[in-house]
Design a binder for this molecule. Structure first.
Ligand code: AMP
Ligand code: MG
Length: 411
């Protein structure tokens, strides 16, 4: 065999998504369901509103008693009850009487309209009313919003605040959701030290585990940041075995290339359920993906920080969103116009970190964010990148004015 044929980005993305399924649904209290994807349709258990109730603070009246009432013809009537929201009283409002009522309190039998307190003298034993109510004025009818059994939320909805409110209003205390994936993050590299500690000669701060843990959070997962481990095969194998039972996926960085101490590849490449290979991509060429023997999903990313960021956005985020139940988790790209030109390696799909100027109504304008080129080690320049410009594999140069597809980063 000659040198391996490089997998395209699209092929690898497809392979990743094809290998993953949404995590099995479980019922969770709605207070914990925010951000998760709903696994089943949700129907209303009750009418909403539950009962006819007042839309105003005022008086529940019989409209017939007030025909012709006005500022010049006030009508004074006895108040037979006081009905705050939450009352279980159901007093009969007979002809010539009223009940004081607050917003949300159930309409008492016999009353057929509400007069707002502003149109009265606010009396508590008798009340003088100086307006004629319209028919059924200020009554919120049972079932106006939803009838029992009406569809409230569709399976596949990623739950936000307003979805939770609707589910709660419809009588649900728990919802069936795909759980958020729990994702372990491990950096490999004997050269790595915790950020903020003084590196000895040859050492560098571990930035990848922080990038990845925060990216997992932003992708709707729960990160378990293990941090940096040295390039030691037996120690690394032991750590994987220890971590995998507690998580759905593991994201690794470093050690997947062709170096002499590439620990990830050394330990995982022998597994038949792991794929390793070069991708026709820049940055992000060396990659691994697959499962451990216990089914834990493994993303083995290269070590350079820009490669890690790109690999997360292009492969890991979609994969985690699939585990979380998203029906179509592929990245969404927008068109951008290059403000300046840059080079792209022939035969590799490039993802260039770019600054995005959204413009006032005009097209999005982009330019590379790193001051000195596109090196995948330039972690500092990453901070200024709003997105990644995708340049097709058969393009070797982007010219100023060219349109490129841009994957917008989390802002
Ligand atoms: P590797 O893929 O392990 O050969 O790493 C490629 C490059 O990325 C090397 O220069 C590493 O020092 C660097 N690198 C690897 N892991 C990290 C990390 N966690 N944080 C920052 N740089 C890293
Ligand atoms: Mg390494």
């Amino acid at each position: 065999m000659g040198s391996p044929v490089k997998r395209s980005v699209a092929e690898h993305q497809r392979a990743v998504l094809a290998a993953l399924e949404p995590l099995p649904a479980r019922d969770v209290p709605i207070g914990s369901a925010g951000g998760a994807v709903l696994a089943t349709d949700v129907h209303s258990r009750t009418p909403i509103p539950l009962f006819d109730n007042s839309a105003m603070d005022g008086y529940a009246v019989r409209r017939a008693d007030l025909i012709g009432a006005g500022p010049d013809h006030p009508v004074t009537l006895p108040v037979i009850a006081d009905l705050p929201a939450g009352t279980s009283a159901r007093p009969q409002v007979g002809p010539g009487t009223v009940a004081r009522i607050m917003t949300g309190a159930p309409m008492p039998p016999g009353a057929d309209a509400v007069v707002p307190v502003e149109d009265t003298d606010a009396g508590t034993t008798t009340v003088t009313i100086s307006a004629e109510p319209a028919e059924a004025a200020h009554i919120r009818r049972a079932g106006d919003d939803l009838a029992p059994g009406d569809l409230v939320l569709r399976a596949g909805t990623r739950l936000t605040a307003r979805h939770l409110a609707a589910a709660a209003g419809a009588g649900h205390g728990t919802l069936a959701v795909h759980p958020k994936p729990r994702v372990a993050v491990i950096s490999t590299g004997t050269e790595l030290v915790d950020p903020g500690t003084a590196p000895a000669w040859g050492q560098i701060p571990d930035s990848n585990s922080y990038l990845l843990a925060q990216s997992v959070t932003e992708a709707g997962g729960t990160p378990v940041r293990i941090g940096a481990v040295p390039d030691d095969e037996s120690e690394f194998a032991r750590l994987l075995a220890e971590v995998s039972p507690d998580v759905d996926a593991i994201v690794l960085s470093g050690g997947v290339s062709v170096g002499a101490f590439d620990v990830v590849k050394a330990v995982l490449a022998p597994l038949p359920s792991m794929w390793f290979g070069p991708l026709a991509m820049q940055p992000g060429k060396p990659q691994g993906f697959g499962h451990l023997a216990d089914g834990t999903v493994v993303f083995a990313l290269p070590g350079n920080p820009v490669s890690v960021y790109v690999s997360f956005e292009v492969f890991v985020r979609p994969g985690l969103r699939r585990l979380a139940g998203d029906a179509d988790p592929r990245p969404v790209l927008v068109d951008g116009v290059a403000e300046v030109g840059w080079r792209s390696p022939p035969g590799r799909e490039q993802y260039m970190p770019v600054v995005m100027d959204d413009g006032a109504g005009g097209p999005v304008r982009v330019r590379p964010s790193a001051r000195r080129g596109s090196g995948s080690h330039l972690v500092g320049g990453l901070a200024g990148a709003d997105g990644l410009a995708r340049v097709a594999a058969d393009v070797s140069e982007v010219r100023a004015g060219d349109t490129v597809a841009v994957l917008r980063g989390v802002s």
